[in-house]
Design a protein around this ligand. Structure first.
Ligand code: SF4
Length: 477
Protein backbone atom coordinates (compact mmCIF):
# COMPACT_ATOMS: atom_id res chain seq x y z
CA UNK A 1 0.00 0.00 0.00
CA UNK A 2 1.23 3.50 -0.87
CA UNK A 3 1.15 6.28 1.70
CA UNK A 4 0.18 9.57 0.13
CA UNK A 5 0.63 13.04 1.63
CA UNK A 6 -1.70 16.00 1.12
CA UNK A 7 0.56 17.61 -1.50
CA UNK A 8 0.88 14.44 -3.61
CA UNK A 9 -2.62 14.16 -5.01
CA UNK A 10 -2.18 13.97 -8.79
CA UNK A 11 -1.57 11.02 -11.14
CA UNK A 12 2.19 11.59 -11.27
CA UNK A 13 2.39 10.51 -7.60
CA UNK A 14 0.13 7.48 -8.04
CA UNK A 15 2.03 4.16 -8.15
CA UNK A 16 -1.12 2.22 -9.10
CA UNK A 17 -1.49 0.44 -5.75
CA UNK A 18 -3.93 0.76 -2.86
CA UNK A 19 -3.48 4.19 -1.30
CA UNK A 20 -3.60 5.31 2.32
CA UNK A 21 -4.39 9.02 2.58
CA UNK A 22 -4.35 10.53 6.09
CA UNK A 23 -6.47 13.54 7.05
CA UNK A 24 -4.84 15.25 10.03
CA UNK A 25 -6.88 18.23 11.13
CA UNK A 26 -4.73 18.91 14.21
CA UNK A 27 -2.36 20.76 11.84
CA UNK A 28 -4.88 23.62 11.82
CA UNK A 29 -4.55 24.07 15.60
CA UNK A 30 -0.81 24.70 15.51
CA UNK A 31 -0.92 28.10 13.78
CA UNK A 32 -3.70 30.28 12.39
CA UNK A 33 -4.24 29.21 8.76
CA UNK A 34 -6.22 31.16 6.22
CA UNK A 35 -9.66 29.62 6.25
CA UNK A 36 -9.63 29.22 2.45
CA UNK A 37 -6.31 27.40 2.62
CA UNK A 38 -7.65 24.93 5.20
CA UNK A 39 -10.76 24.56 3.03
CA UNK A 40 -8.71 23.86 -0.10
CA UNK A 41 -6.54 21.24 1.63
CA UNK A 42 -9.54 19.41 3.11
CA UNK A 43 -11.44 19.67 -0.17
CA UNK A 44 -8.49 18.23 -2.10
CA UNK A 45 -8.13 15.31 0.33
CA UNK A 46 -11.85 14.52 0.26
CA UNK A 47 -12.00 14.81 -3.53
CA UNK A 48 -9.01 12.44 -3.88
CA UNK A 49 -10.69 10.05 -1.47
CA UNK A 50 -13.52 9.46 -3.94
CA UNK A 51 -11.19 7.06 -5.82
CA UNK A 52 -12.05 3.49 -4.76
CA UNK A 53 -8.35 2.63 -4.31
CA UNK A 54 -7.93 5.38 -1.73
CA UNK A 55 -8.53 4.76 1.96
CA UNK A 56 -8.98 8.06 3.82
CA UNK A 57 -8.07 7.82 7.50
CA UNK A 58 -8.72 10.52 10.10
CA UNK A 59 -5.75 10.78 12.46
CA UNK A 60 -4.85 12.99 15.40
CA UNK A 61 -1.26 13.01 14.23
CA UNK A 62 0.81 11.55 11.38
CA UNK A 63 2.81 9.78 14.07
CA UNK A 64 -0.21 7.55 14.71
CA UNK A 65 0.79 5.80 11.49
CA UNK A 66 3.97 4.55 13.13
CA UNK A 67 2.06 2.33 15.56
CA UNK A 68 1.10 0.02 12.72
CA UNK A 69 2.75 0.86 9.43
CA UNK A 70 3.34 -2.69 8.15
CA UNK A 71 0.84 -2.30 5.30
CA UNK A 72 2.59 0.82 4.03
CA UNK A 73 5.20 -0.39 1.59
CA UNK A 74 5.93 2.71 -0.49
CA UNK A 75 5.85 6.48 -0.39
CA UNK A 76 7.17 9.31 -2.51
CA UNK A 77 9.74 11.36 -0.61
CA UNK A 78 7.90 14.16 1.23
CA UNK A 79 8.54 17.87 0.72
CA UNK A 80 9.80 19.11 4.10
CA UNK A 81 12.54 18.25 6.59
CA UNK A 82 10.17 17.10 9.39
CA UNK A 83 8.20 14.87 7.01
CA UNK A 84 11.37 13.36 5.55
CA UNK A 85 12.56 12.48 9.07
CA UNK A 86 9.16 10.98 9.75
CA UNK A 87 9.24 8.97 6.51
CA UNK A 88 12.58 7.45 7.50
CA UNK A 89 11.04 6.12 10.69
CA UNK A 90 8.74 3.92 8.60
CA UNK A 91 9.92 0.71 7.03
CA UNK A 92 8.46 1.68 3.64
CA UNK A 93 10.48 2.15 0.47
CA UNK A 94 11.02 5.88 -0.15
CA UNK A 95 10.89 6.83 -3.82
CA UNK A 96 12.63 9.95 -5.18
CA UNK A 97 10.60 13.17 -4.95
CA UNK A 98 8.17 14.07 -7.73
CA UNK A 99 6.13 17.11 -8.64
CA UNK A 100 8.97 19.22 -10.03
CA UNK A 101 10.54 19.56 -13.45
CA UNK A 102 13.99 18.52 -12.19
CA UNK A 103 15.40 15.87 -9.90
CA UNK A 104 17.99 16.14 -7.13
CA UNK A 105 20.49 14.77 -9.63
CA UNK A 106 19.66 17.55 -12.12
CA UNK A 107 20.29 20.09 -9.36
CA UNK A 108 23.62 18.45 -8.48
CA UNK A 109 24.60 18.63 -12.15
CA UNK A 110 23.72 22.32 -12.19
CA UNK A 111 25.71 23.10 -9.05
CA UNK A 112 28.75 21.16 -10.27
CA UNK A 113 28.62 22.85 -13.71
CA UNK A 114 28.17 26.44 -12.55
CA UNK A 115 29.48 26.49 -8.96
CA UNK A 116 27.34 29.54 -8.19
CA UNK A 117 23.69 30.31 -7.59
CA UNK A 118 22.07 32.19 -10.43
CA UNK A 119 18.53 31.59 -11.60
CA UNK A 120 19.31 32.43 -15.21
CA UNK A 121 21.94 29.66 -15.47
CA UNK A 122 19.65 27.09 -13.86
CA UNK A 123 16.72 28.11 -16.03
CA UNK A 124 18.66 27.87 -19.30
CA UNK A 125 19.98 24.48 -18.29
CA UNK A 126 16.41 23.36 -17.58
CA UNK A 127 15.16 24.64 -20.95
CA UNK A 128 17.99 22.89 -22.76
CA UNK A 129 17.68 19.61 -20.86
CA UNK A 130 13.90 19.46 -21.29
CA UNK A 131 13.91 20.86 -24.83
CA UNK A 132 11.29 23.47 -23.96
CA UNK A 133 10.98 26.50 -26.27
CA UNK A 134 14.14 25.39 -28.05
CA UNK A 135 15.14 25.50 -31.70
CA UNK A 136 18.17 23.30 -32.25
CA UNK A 137 20.70 24.21 -29.55
CA UNK A 138 19.30 27.69 -28.92
CA UNK A 139 16.12 29.30 -27.64
CA UNK A 140 13.19 29.95 -30.00
CA UNK A 141 13.28 33.45 -31.52
CA UNK A 142 16.94 33.67 -30.52
CA UNK A 143 16.38 34.97 -26.99
CA UNK A 144 16.23 33.33 -23.57
CA UNK A 145 14.71 36.26 -21.78
CA UNK A 146 11.92 38.72 -22.58
CA UNK A 147 11.89 40.58 -19.25
CA UNK A 148 12.36 43.95 -20.94
CA UNK A 149 8.99 43.52 -22.71
CA UNK A 150 7.30 42.38 -19.53
CA UNK A 151 7.49 45.39 -17.24
CA UNK A 152 4.41 47.35 -18.29
CA UNK A 153 2.51 49.45 -15.76
CA UNK A 154 -1.21 48.72 -15.33
CA UNK A 155 -3.04 50.10 -18.40
CA UNK A 156 -5.40 53.03 -17.70
CA UNK A 157 -8.41 51.18 -19.10
CA UNK A 158 -7.62 47.77 -17.54
CA UNK A 159 -6.11 44.75 -19.31
CA UNK A 160 -9.46 43.52 -20.62
CA UNK A 161 -8.33 39.95 -19.96
CA UNK A 162 -11.03 37.35 -19.23
CA UNK A 163 -11.51 36.54 -15.52
CA UNK A 164 -9.81 33.40 -14.17
CA UNK A 165 -11.50 30.02 -14.05
CA UNK A 166 -13.32 29.41 -10.77
CA UNK A 167 -14.67 26.12 -9.46
CA UNK A 168 -18.37 25.58 -8.85
CA UNK A 169 -18.73 24.62 -5.21
CA UNK A 170 -20.32 21.20 -4.61
CA UNK A 171 -21.36 18.81 -1.84
CA UNK A 172 -17.74 18.26 -0.78
CA UNK A 173 -17.33 22.02 -0.27
CA UNK A 174 -20.49 22.02 1.82
CA UNK A 175 -19.26 19.28 4.12
CA UNK A 176 -15.77 20.82 4.35
CA UNK A 177 -17.36 24.12 5.40
CA UNK A 178 -19.24 22.27 8.14
CA UNK A 179 -16.02 20.58 9.28
CA UNK A 180 -14.27 23.96 9.50
CA UNK A 181 -17.20 25.52 11.37
CA UNK A 182 -16.98 22.64 13.84
CA UNK A 183 -13.25 23.20 14.29
CA UNK A 184 -13.92 26.90 14.96
CA UNK A 185 -16.53 26.00 17.56
CA UNK A 186 -13.86 23.90 19.26
CA UNK A 187 -11.52 26.89 19.41
CA UNK A 188 -9.40 26.55 16.25
CA UNK A 189 -8.68 30.04 14.87
CA UNK A 190 -8.62 30.76 11.16
CA UNK A 191 -7.81 34.03 9.45
CA UNK A 192 -9.25 35.59 6.29
CA UNK A 193 -12.74 35.41 4.88
CA UNK A 194 -14.46 32.11 4.17
CA UNK A 195 -14.70 31.33 0.47
CA UNK A 196 -16.09 30.95 -2.06
CA UNK A 197 -13.39 28.49 -3.09
CA UNK A 198 -11.49 29.99 -6.02
CA UNK A 199 -8.70 27.47 -6.60
CA UNK A 200 -8.78 24.07 -8.22
CA UNK A 201 -8.89 21.28 -5.64
CA UNK A 202 -9.21 18.11 -7.74
CA UNK A 203 -7.45 16.73 -10.79
CA UNK A 204 -10.48 17.44 -13.00
CA UNK A 205 -10.71 21.02 -11.78
CA UNK A 206 -6.97 21.55 -12.15
CA UNK A 207 -7.12 20.50 -15.83
CA UNK A 208 -10.08 22.84 -16.44
CA UNK A 209 -8.20 25.71 -14.76
CA UNK A 210 -5.07 24.99 -16.81
CA UNK A 211 -6.99 24.85 -20.06
CA UNK A 212 -8.90 28.07 -19.31
CA UNK A 213 -5.69 29.91 -18.52
CA UNK A 214 -3.93 28.70 -21.66
CA UNK A 215 -6.86 29.56 -23.93
CA UNK A 216 -7.93 32.86 -22.37
CA UNK A 217 -5.23 34.47 -20.26
CA UNK A 218 -1.73 33.27 -21.11
CA UNK A 219 -1.28 35.63 -24.05
CA UNK A 220 -1.42 38.71 -21.80
CA UNK A 221 0.43 37.14 -18.87
CA UNK A 222 3.90 38.45 -19.73
CA UNK A 223 3.47 42.18 -20.41
CA UNK A 224 1.49 42.76 -17.19
CA UNK A 225 3.02 40.12 -14.94
CA UNK A 226 4.56 42.77 -12.65
CA UNK A 227 1.67 45.25 -12.79
CA UNK A 228 -0.78 45.61 -9.89
CA UNK A 229 -4.26 46.96 -10.54
CA UNK A 230 -6.88 47.39 -7.81
CA UNK A 231 -9.60 46.48 -10.35
CA UNK A 232 -8.08 43.09 -11.31
CA UNK A 233 -6.90 41.11 -8.29
CA UNK A 234 -5.27 38.34 -10.33
CA UNK A 235 -4.25 40.30 -13.47
CA UNK A 236 -3.31 37.60 -16.03
CA UNK A 237 -1.76 35.23 -13.50
CA UNK A 238 -2.68 31.58 -13.79
CA UNK A 239 -3.73 30.77 -10.18
CA UNK A 240 -2.18 27.36 -10.82
CA UNK A 241 0.41 27.51 -8.03
CA UNK A 242 -2.11 26.18 -5.49
CA UNK A 243 -3.13 23.07 -7.50
CA UNK A 244 0.49 22.54 -8.54
CA UNK A 245 1.64 22.67 -4.91
CA UNK A 246 -1.07 20.16 -3.98
CA UNK A 247 0.48 17.88 -6.60
CA UNK A 248 -2.64 18.00 -8.81
CA UNK A 249 -0.77 19.21 -11.90
CA UNK A 250 2.62 18.07 -13.12
CA UNK A 251 4.71 21.17 -13.92
CA UNK A 252 5.91 19.51 -17.10
CA UNK A 253 2.36 19.14 -18.45
CA UNK A 254 1.72 22.78 -17.55
CA UNK A 255 4.71 24.16 -19.46
CA UNK A 256 4.10 21.80 -22.41
CA UNK A 257 0.56 23.19 -22.68
CA UNK A 258 1.95 26.75 -22.72
CA UNK A 259 4.58 25.81 -25.31
CA UNK A 260 1.89 24.26 -27.52
CA UNK A 261 -0.12 27.50 -27.32
CA UNK A 262 2.94 29.39 -28.53
CA UNK A 263 3.47 27.05 -31.49
CA UNK A 264 -0.22 27.29 -32.39
CA UNK A 265 -0.01 31.09 -32.39
CA UNK A 266 -2.36 31.47 -29.42
CA UNK A 267 0.11 33.20 -27.10
CA UNK A 268 3.02 35.57 -27.68
CA UNK A 269 6.54 34.43 -26.91
CA UNK A 270 7.16 36.99 -24.15
CA UNK A 271 4.19 35.62 -22.21
CA UNK A 272 4.98 31.96 -22.78
CA UNK A 273 8.66 32.43 -21.93
CA UNK A 274 7.80 34.33 -18.72
CA UNK A 275 5.34 31.64 -17.67
CA UNK A 276 7.75 28.80 -18.41
CA UNK A 277 10.47 30.70 -16.48
CA UNK A 278 8.24 30.95 -13.39
CA UNK A 279 7.58 27.22 -13.39
CA UNK A 280 10.63 25.27 -14.54
CA UNK A 281 12.87 28.19 -13.54
CA UNK A 282 11.81 29.90 -10.33
CA UNK A 283 9.56 27.20 -8.83
CA UNK A 284 12.15 24.45 -9.24
CA UNK A 285 14.95 26.79 -8.19
CA UNK A 286 13.38 27.65 -4.82
CA UNK A 287 12.50 23.98 -4.28
CA UNK A 288 16.12 22.93 -4.62
CA UNK A 289 17.32 25.90 -2.57
CA UNK A 290 15.15 24.70 0.32
CA UNK A 291 17.37 21.60 0.52
CA UNK A 292 20.58 23.31 -0.60
CA UNK A 293 20.52 25.94 2.16
CA UNK A 294 19.59 23.46 4.90
CA UNK A 295 16.96 23.29 7.60
CA UNK A 296 18.32 26.15 9.69
CA UNK A 297 18.21 28.65 6.80
CA UNK A 298 14.73 29.63 7.91
CA UNK A 299 16.22 31.06 11.12
CA UNK A 300 18.64 33.38 9.27
CA UNK A 301 18.47 36.96 10.47
CA UNK A 302 21.44 38.82 8.98
CA UNK A 303 19.86 42.25 9.53
CA UNK A 304 18.91 41.47 13.17
CA UNK A 305 15.26 42.24 12.40
CA UNK A 306 13.21 41.56 15.49
CA UNK A 307 9.97 43.52 15.25
CA UNK A 308 7.03 41.10 15.67
CA UNK A 309 4.61 40.67 12.76
CA UNK A 310 1.95 43.37 13.25
CA UNK A 311 -1.65 42.70 14.26
CA UNK A 312 -2.98 43.82 10.86
CA UNK A 313 -1.02 40.96 9.26
CA UNK A 314 -1.86 38.40 11.91
CA UNK A 315 -5.57 39.17 11.73
CA UNK A 316 -5.61 40.03 7.99
CA UNK A 317 -7.44 43.22 8.87
CA UNK A 318 -6.46 46.26 6.81
CA UNK A 319 -9.12 48.58 8.27
CA UNK A 320 -6.65 50.60 10.37
CA UNK A 321 -4.08 50.98 7.57
CA UNK A 322 -3.87 54.35 5.82
CA UNK A 323 -1.32 53.41 3.13
CA UNK A 324 -3.63 52.37 0.29
CA UNK A 325 -1.22 49.86 -1.29
CA UNK A 326 -0.67 48.02 1.99
CA UNK A 327 -4.32 48.16 3.01
CA UNK A 328 -5.54 46.80 -0.32
CA UNK A 329 -2.93 44.06 -0.33
CA UNK A 330 -3.81 42.89 3.19
CA UNK A 331 -7.50 43.02 2.24
CA UNK A 332 -6.80 40.96 -0.89
CA UNK A 333 -4.93 38.32 1.11
CA UNK A 334 -7.92 38.18 3.45
CA UNK A 335 -10.38 37.95 0.54
CA UNK A 336 -8.51 35.44 -1.66
CA UNK A 337 -5.59 33.92 0.29
CA UNK A 338 -3.49 35.03 -2.65
CA UNK A 339 -1.87 38.05 -4.29
CA UNK A 340 0.68 37.80 -7.08
CA UNK A 341 4.46 38.01 -6.74
CA UNK A 342 4.78 41.82 -6.89
CA UNK A 343 2.44 42.62 -3.97
CA UNK A 344 4.17 39.79 -2.10
CA UNK A 345 7.68 41.07 -2.79
CA UNK A 346 7.33 44.83 -3.27
CA UNK A 347 4.46 45.66 -0.91
CA UNK A 348 4.30 43.05 1.89
CA UNK A 349 7.97 42.00 1.75
CA UNK A 350 9.29 45.51 1.13
CA UNK A 351 7.26 46.86 4.06
CA UNK A 352 8.48 44.05 6.34
CA UNK A 353 12.09 44.67 5.26
CA UNK A 354 11.86 48.42 5.88
CA UNK A 355 10.20 47.99 9.26
CA UNK A 356 12.44 45.18 10.46
CA UNK A 357 9.81 42.46 10.92
CA UNK A 358 11.26 39.21 12.15
CA UNK A 359 12.07 36.99 9.11
CA UNK A 360 11.07 33.66 10.65
CA UNK A 361 7.71 35.06 11.73
CA UNK A 362 7.15 36.54 8.28
CA UNK A 363 8.10 33.25 6.62
CA UNK A 364 5.54 31.38 8.71
CA UNK A 365 2.92 34.07 8.11
CA UNK A 366 3.35 33.74 4.33
CA UNK A 367 3.02 29.95 4.59
CA UNK A 368 -0.19 30.16 6.62
CA UNK A 369 -1.92 33.13 4.95
CA UNK A 370 -1.46 32.05 1.31
CA UNK A 371 -3.32 29.17 -0.30
CA UNK A 372 -0.14 28.17 -2.16
CA UNK A 373 2.22 28.63 0.82
CA UNK A 374 4.35 25.60 1.72
CA UNK A 375 7.38 25.08 3.97
CA UNK A 376 9.61 24.55 0.89
CA UNK A 377 8.43 27.50 -1.21
CA UNK A 378 8.65 30.37 1.27
CA UNK A 379 12.22 30.30 2.71
CA UNK A 380 14.07 31.30 -0.47
CA UNK A 381 11.29 33.76 -1.37
CA UNK A 382 10.82 35.37 2.05
CA UNK A 383 13.99 34.80 4.09
CA UNK A 384 16.24 35.24 1.06
CA UNK A 385 14.69 37.40 -1.61
CA UNK A 386 12.22 39.59 0.31
CA UNK A 387 13.97 40.15 3.62
CA UNK A 388 17.65 39.69 2.76
CA UNK A 389 17.89 37.80 6.04
CA UNK A 390 20.44 35.40 4.55
CA UNK A 391 22.94 38.23 4.02
CA UNK A 392 22.91 37.90 0.23
CA UNK A 393 22.92 34.16 -0.55
CA UNK A 394 19.81 34.57 -2.72
CA UNK A 395 19.97 38.15 -3.98
CA UNK A 396 22.83 40.48 -4.70
CA UNK A 397 21.02 43.34 -2.93
CA UNK A 398 17.93 43.90 -0.79
CA UNK A 399 14.61 44.48 -2.59
CA UNK A 400 13.95 47.79 -0.81
CA UNK A 401 11.96 50.33 -2.81
CA UNK A 402 10.21 53.61 -2.11
CA UNK A 403 6.84 54.90 -3.26
CA UNK A 404 8.07 55.86 -6.73
CA UNK A 405 8.35 52.18 -7.76
CA UNK A 406 4.86 51.49 -6.38
CA UNK A 407 3.36 54.52 -8.08
CA UNK A 408 4.75 53.24 -11.41
CA UNK A 409 3.76 49.58 -11.11
CA UNK A 410 0.44 49.91 -9.26
CA UNK A 411 -2.58 52.19 -9.49
CA UNK A 412 -2.89 52.48 -5.70
CA UNK A 413 -1.28 55.89 -5.19
CA UNK A 414 -4.09 57.83 -6.91
CA UNK A 415 -6.56 56.80 -4.18
CA UNK A 416 -4.09 57.13 -1.31
CA UNK A 417 -4.19 60.05 1.17
CA UNK A 418 -0.37 59.91 1.17
CA UNK A 419 2.05 61.04 -1.49
CA UNK A 420 4.74 58.77 -2.92
CA UNK A 421 7.02 61.76 -3.56
CA UNK A 422 6.90 63.01 0.04
CA UNK A 423 9.17 61.51 2.70
CA UNK A 424 8.65 63.90 5.62
CA UNK A 425 5.43 65.55 6.77
CA UNK A 426 1.77 64.83 7.24
CA UNK A 427 1.25 63.10 3.90
CA UNK A 428 4.65 61.35 3.79
CA UNK A 429 4.51 57.96 2.07
CA UNK A 430 5.61 55.28 4.56
CA UNK A 431 7.32 53.35 1.74
CA UNK A 432 9.37 56.37 0.65
CA UNK A 433 10.23 57.31 4.25
CA UNK A 434 10.74 53.63 5.07
CA UNK A 435 13.21 53.22 2.21
CA UNK A 436 15.51 55.92 3.60
CA UNK A 437 15.00 54.68 7.15
CA UNK A 438 16.04 51.21 6.04
CA UNK A 439 19.27 52.48 4.46
CA UNK A 440 20.04 54.72 7.43
CA UNK A 441 19.67 51.83 9.86
CA UNK A 442 21.59 49.31 7.77
CA UNK A 443 24.82 51.15 7.01
CA UNK A 444 26.68 47.81 6.90
CA UNK A 445 25.19 47.43 3.38
CA UNK A 446 27.43 50.28 2.18
CA UNK A 447 30.09 47.73 1.28
CA UNK A 448 27.72 46.22 -1.33
CA UNK A 449 28.69 47.99 -4.57
CA UNK A 450 25.14 47.53 -5.93
CA UNK A 451 23.95 49.80 -3.10
CA UNK A 452 26.40 52.65 -3.76
CA UNK A 453 23.88 54.87 -5.60
CA UNK A 454 21.33 54.34 -2.85
CA UNK A 455 23.78 55.35 -0.13
CA UNK A 456 24.99 58.31 -2.18
CA UNK A 457 21.32 59.43 -2.27
CA UNK A 458 21.03 58.99 1.49
CA UNK A 459 24.06 61.22 2.01
CA UNK A 460 22.40 63.96 -0.02
CA UNK A 461 19.19 64.00 2.07
CA UNK A 462 18.86 67.38 3.73
CA UNK A 463 16.03 66.31 6.03
CA UNK A 464 17.43 63.04 7.35
CA UNK A 465 17.19 64.15 10.99
CA UNK A 466 13.50 65.04 10.58
CA UNK A 467 12.89 61.75 8.80
CA UNK A 468 14.56 59.82 11.66
CA UNK A 469 12.48 61.71 14.19
CA UNK A 470 9.27 61.13 12.21
CA UNK A 471 9.89 57.40 11.79
CA UNK A 472 10.89 56.91 15.42
CA UNK A 473 7.46 58.26 16.42
CA UNK A 474 5.50 56.27 13.83
CA UNK A 475 2.88 53.94 15.26
CA UNK A 476 0.76 53.36 12.17
CA UNK A 477 1.02 53.09 8.39
FE1 SF4 B 1 1.49 53.18 -1.09
FE2 SF4 B 1 2.83 55.44 -0.69
FE3 SF4 B 1 1.45 55.06 -2.96
FE4 SF4 B 1 0.16 55.45 -0.66
S1 SF4 B 1 1.48 56.89 -1.69
S2 SF4 B 1 -0.31 53.90 -2.20
S3 SF4 B 1 1.52 54.43 0.77
S4 SF4 B 1 3.23 53.89 -2.29
Amino acid sequence: MQLLFADQLGPHFDLGEEILLPVVKSQFSKRAYHRQKAHLILYALRARGVDKRVKLVELDSYRDLLADSRDITKLVNPTSYPFRRFAKEMSAEILPSRGFASSERDWDNYISSFKRLRLEDFYRQQRTRLGILMEGDGPVEGRWNFDSENRLSPPASGTGVKPPWFPKENEIDKSVREELDELERKGVRFIGVDGPRRFAGSREEALLALNWFIENRLDLFGPYEDAVDSREWSMSHSLLSAPMNLGLLDPIEVVRAAEKAYHEGKARIESVEAFVRQIIGWRDYVWHLYWHFGEDYVNSNALSADVPTPASFNSLDGSEIKANCLKQTIDSVSEYGWVHHIPRLMILGNHALQRGYNPRQMNDWFIDAFVDGTPWVMPANVIGMSLYADGGKMSTKPYAAGGSYLSKMTNYCGDCPLNPKVRVGENACPFTAGYWKFLDENQQLRSNHRMSNAFAGLKRLSDLEELREQESRRTSF
